[in-house]
Each structure stands twice: as structure tokens, then as C-alpha cells.
Design a protein around this ligand. Structure first.
Ligand code: P6P
Length: 346
């Protein structure tokens, strides 16, 4: 429900975070980590919106650990996110889609939160100025993984311990959110007390609270799948997809909306209802999306809004990653819509 507010009462993200800290929902360290993430998102918003002007479109000429061509902005966004988190002094370990392994942050001196993120999801859309986004999740510190940092440490041991500390199920998330770079720059956040939406006011560069305690509609007749993969799907999924095209009792079939950017497709699903899916197929046995920094944060957000995130058979938040770039199938959105596809896949 859009916030009803007196014309001049403006709550910025900074004010909102301080209120949550005063209420004891988050501690001062988490407040600083979230504030540093919002700063990174503002910087990335500026880079994305000026990409063609500053020659930041196109490819970097390198391939990331996923085997994907890195875009220039993938690399820059990763550096922006990492630098903001490191300079917060409250981040202990970071795990990024753009980093092969987790990074233990030596600059950390308190808090030591674990932050997982995809700095620029959907970056293949950048050159065409289609929506993109940054996705993040925050786990509580796991200090033993940071032991020996700074001593004559054995980096492999520290790195191994950090991988273990990062590979937690999404049910352990303390906070999750995303920033969508679209017609508006939208910062969506949950700290476990519902889903809050902030819109960047470019007049003075602050995120302003525009929606609180968002609830996803229980059902919705919009589906977001890449049907180009139809021939690669199993028969149960094909039956599900075919069923969406039957007019049914309402006389109206579903509408297809797919922009090829998880954050944009998810945000529309969150507000309008429906379902986003990235199934497994004959080529990608576990689908395409990564559990740790795409599926789990989005599933935490959607559950906080009364929706559902599933791999087709189980709750995404119950899955413990075995490695940081693990992929899982994802079906996420309105409860009725996710339960419908789960029935077909049973
Ligand atoms: P496809 C972007 O690369 C991404 O990770 C998601 O943001 C998006 O929903 C999906 O992949 C698009 O993948 O195979 O349909 O182009």
C-alpha cells in the first residue's frame, strides 16, 4: 500500500535505519553495513545511467567464474560494492558473483557481518538501457573463519573457513534486498519485519520511503519464464506452461512478461503478483540462477511479503549451499502460482 504521508513528512533510508536501530531490530554495525550498501547502489545507479556517455557499455574482455563474458560494468559494480563494504569496517567476509572465492575483509574491526551479493544482475541488458539491479543478503558473523587474519595466516585455510561460513541456508539471513536501476531507482529491503520500498530522489540523492510492509497478491496471472527453453524442459513443466495458455473459467489466459533481468521481473511480480521461473533444463541441469546471492535473498524478501520461493519441490530458504556459486531452479512469486507449478512438477 503506497504510504499515506503528510506532504512534507519525508522518511529517508538513513532515518528509517536509525529508527530500526533505536527499536533494537538491528544493531549499529548492521545499520552501517546497510548504509554502505545503499551508498554503493547510488554510485552504481549513476554509473548505469551514464554508461553510454562514459564508455562503460560493452564487454570487459574477461570471463568470470561463471564462464560468462564480464561486462565493463560488472567489474566496476563489483569494485564499488566491495569498496563500500570494506570501508564500512563492519563487514567480515564478502562473497560476490564476480569473485571466484569469498574474500575475508582485513579492514573489518567490528560487526564482521557476512555479505553476499550480485553487484549487477542482468548486465547483458545494459547496452540497451533495460532494467538491471544489485542483489544482496547479510548473514551474522562467523568469527572463527576470520581467525588468524593478519597473522602469518595460511590463506588457503582462511579461505576454506570463509567458504564454510558463507555457505549458510537462506533461513539464516538477517537482511536481504535489491536495488533496481530502472525508470526509478528502487531500493527494496527486509530486515525480517516486512518489506520496505525506497525510491531514490535524484534532487538530493537520498532514498525516500515510498511503500511499507508490501504484501504480494496471493495469485496473479502474469508469468515470467524464458519460453525459448521450452523444448529443453521436462514434460511436467511443459504441461504446466501449456495450462497457462488455456483461457480457463475466467475466459482470460495468463500474460507473459519477461525482461531478462531477475530484479525487474521480480519487482513487478512482488507488486502485481504472478510468478517468475528459471527451471532446470536439458542444458542447465540446475537451472541458471545462483542460490546464495540471487535465489535466497529474493526468496527471503518474497516470504516477508507473504509469497513463496521454491526450487520446484522445496523451500529455497531450506537449501544449504555446498559451494558459493551453486545454481538451483527457481520458482518465485504469489503463493497460489508457485503451489500450482509445484503440483505439476510433483
Ligand atoms: P536468460 C541475467 O543474466 C539473469 O541472471 C537474470 O537476471 C535473468 O532473469 C536471467 O539470467 C535471464 O536468463 O537465459 O533467459 O537470458
Amino acid at each position: 500500500e503506497p504510504r499515506k504521508k503528510s506532504s512534507y513528512e519525508i522518511i529517508t533510508l538513513t532515518t528509517w535505519l536509525l529508527k530500526q536501530e533505536q527499536a533494537g531490530t538491528i544493531d549499529g554495525e548492521m545499520t552501517i553495513v546497510l548504509s554502505s550498501i545503499s551508498t554503493a547502489c547510488k554510485q552504481i545507479a549513476s554509473l548505469v545511467q551514464r554508461a553510454p556517455i562514459s564508455n562503460l557499455t560493452g564487454v570487459q574482455g574477461a570471463v568470470n567464474v561463471q564462464g560468462e563474458d564480464q561486462k565493463k560494468l560488472d567489474v566496476v559494480s563489483n569494485e564499488v560494492f566491495s569498496n563500500c563494504l570494506k570501508s564500512s569496517g563492519r563487514t567480515g567476509v564478502i562473497a560476490s558473483e564476480e569473485e571466484d572465492v569469498p574474500v575475508a575483509v582485513e579492514e573489518s574491526y567490528s560487526g564482521n557481518y557476512i555479505v553476499v551479493f550480485d553487484p549487477l544482475d542482468g548486465s547483458s541488458n545494459i547496452d540497451a538501457a533495460v532494467s538491471t539491479g544489485s542483489i544482496f543478503g547479510i548473514y551474522s558473523p562467523n568469527d572463527e573463519c576470520l581467525a588468524d587474519i593478519g597473522d602469518d595466516q595460511n590463506l588457503d585455510q582462511v579461505e576454506q573457513r570463509c567458504i564454510v561460513s558463507v555457505c549458510q541456508p537462506g533461513s539464516n539471513l538477517l537482511a536481504a534486498g535489491y536495488c533496481m536501476y530502472s525508470s526509478s531507482v528502487i531500493f527494496v529491503l527486509t530486515i525480517g519485519t516486512g518489506v520496505y520500498v525506497f525510491t531514490l530522489d535524484p534532487m538530493y540523492g537520498e532514498f525516500v520511503l515510498t511503500q511499507e510492509k508490501v504484501q504480494i497478491p496471493k495469485s496473479g496471472k502474469i508469468y515470467a519464464f524464458n519460453e525459448g527453453n521450452y523444448a529443453l524442459w521436462d514434460d511436467k513443466l511443459k504441461s504446466y506452461m501449456d495450462s497457462l495458455k488455456e483461457p480457463g473459467s475466467s475466459g482470460k489466459p495468463y500474460s507473459a512478461r519477461y525482461i531478462g533481468s531477475l530484479v525487474g521481473d521480480f519487482h513487478r511480480t512482488l507488486l502485481y503478483g504472478g510468478i517468475y521461473g528459471y527451471p532446470r533444463d536439458k542444458k542447465s541441469k540446475n537451472g541458471k540462477l545462483r542460490l546464495l546471492y540471487e535465489c535466497a535473498p529474493m526468496s527471503y524478501i518474497v516470504e516477508q511479503a507473504g509469497g513463496k520461493g521454491s526450487d520446484g519441490h522445496q523451500r529455497i530458504l531450506d537449501i544449504t549451499p555446498t559451494e558459493i556459486h551453486q545454481r538451483v531452479p527457481l520458482y518465485i512469486g504469489s503463493v497460489d502460482e508457485v503451489e500450482k507449478v509445484e503440483k505439476f512438477l510433483a
